[in-house]
Write a new protein. Structure first.
Length: 321
């Protein structure tokens, strides 16, 4: 990736950020964004399909913004914005919606998974891939960095762009998904995938005491200190935070002679050391309402220039303008 590559990516502000999000998505997104011409979006309209409490949604939007900046994203280098403040997203969604077949949306994973899990499906969730296609196509990006779970959505954006260009002439650049190096699945406190929906997360900005408490609760088997152990969640998480310390603990597990209590203490202290500066930064950002508001205002202005240009081209192409 170089500064001449345009990328667009986003994250849904659906709740507290956890270290699974950090190692699985945010860290790589920030590195990539600093190497390219990047548009990073807080996808609040997507979150609205799931979060139906105004105060919670508002607080999620702010905490997501704070998390990005505290984790190192520089809003001077990257266009960081809140999706709903650029109305072109909703407008292009309506235009693309006129092209899309129901069959395509019925094959979308997000929709199929909700049906399979007996969750209620609203129109917003059903048309999620159309809004996401609009998010992407408005910025004419070459690459869309996403996790594997979002690959299908980028493919739908490609389909819609091709259909539109075929019918009305070249308006949209055809984007490519960019799946950053596999970080794998970060395990949570109970060993399953770390996820808000499992209640097994370590929050990104939790205070040290809470981190210690939670780490002590990580599920382990009942092997005694002298016994040989299988590398587990503790080793996995420690390796992410401090590769050398992780390797060392792995060897000690395999040799026998380290107890889970000691392993957990090592992990807790490593987590606290790694995330303490980020936590400090998040606390001071949370106080600085003016700064946060300025970031979002400036981000929206910069994003709207690009988004409106594409929207107007699409409107002209299909006869609305
Ligand atoms: P959650 O499962 O907690 O609801 P999200 O679906 O909001 O998390 O995650 C946002 C992004 O963070 C995902 O696209 C995914 O790439 C990444 N992510 C979340 N949890 C993990 C995990 N346990 N391991 C690796 N990546 C993760
Ligand atoms: N759907 C993505 C997710 O759940 C978030 C998102 C919304 C997004 N619009 C996007 C990601 C556009 C990349 C590009 O994680």
């Amino acid at each position: 990736m170089t500064a001449s590559h345009r990328i667009l990516s986003g994250i849904k502000p659906t709740g507290e950020m956890h270290i699974g999000n950090y190692f699985g998505a945010i860290q790589q997104q920030i590195t990539l964004a600093h190497e390219s011409d990047a548009y990073i979006m807080i996808a609040d309209l997507h979150a609205l399909n799931q979060v139906h409490d105004a105060a919670i949604l508002r607080s999620n939007i702010t905490s997501t913004l704070i998390a990005y900046i505290a984790c190192g994203l520089d809003p001077e280098k990257v266009t960081l914005f809140q999706q709903s403040t650029v109305p072109a997203h909703a407008e292009l969604t309506q235009i693309l919606g006129a092209q899309v077949s129901l069959g395509l949306l019925e094959r979308s994973h997000a929709y199929k998974d909700s049906i399979a899990n007996g969750k209620p499906v609203n129109l917003g969730l059903f048309s999620y891939p159309v809004l996401m296609a609009a998010d992407i196509l408005l910025y004419q990006p070459e690459f869309v960095p996403v996790g594997n779970d979002q690959k299908q959505h980028v493919e739908i954006a490609v389909d819609l762009a091709q259909q539109f260009n075929h019918r009305y002439g070249e308006v949209f650049r055809i984007p490519k998904e960019y799946i950053p190096a596999e970080v794998g699945t970060i395990p949570g406190l109970d060993g399953r995938k770390m996820s808000k929906s499992y209640g097994n997360v370590l929050g990104l900005f939790e205070d040290p005491e809470r981190i210690r408490e939670k780490v002590m609760k990580i599920t382990t088997d009942s092997r005694r200190p002298e016994e040989v152990k299988e590398p587990d969640t503790i080793v996995h998480l420690l390796s992410l935070v401090d590769a050398a310390a992780g390797d060392q603990l792995r060897s000690r597990y395999l040799a026998g002679g380290v107890g889970y209590r000691e392993a957990k203490e090592l992990l807790a202290e490593a987590l606290i050391k790694k995330f303490a500066p980020l936590r400090e930064r998040s606390l001071s950002l949370a106080e600085d309402h003016n700064y946060l508001a300025r970031v979002l205002t400036k981000g929206a202005e910069k994003a709207a220039v690009v988004a409106n240009e594409t929207l107007h081209a699409a409107q002209r192409a299909c006869g609305l303008r």
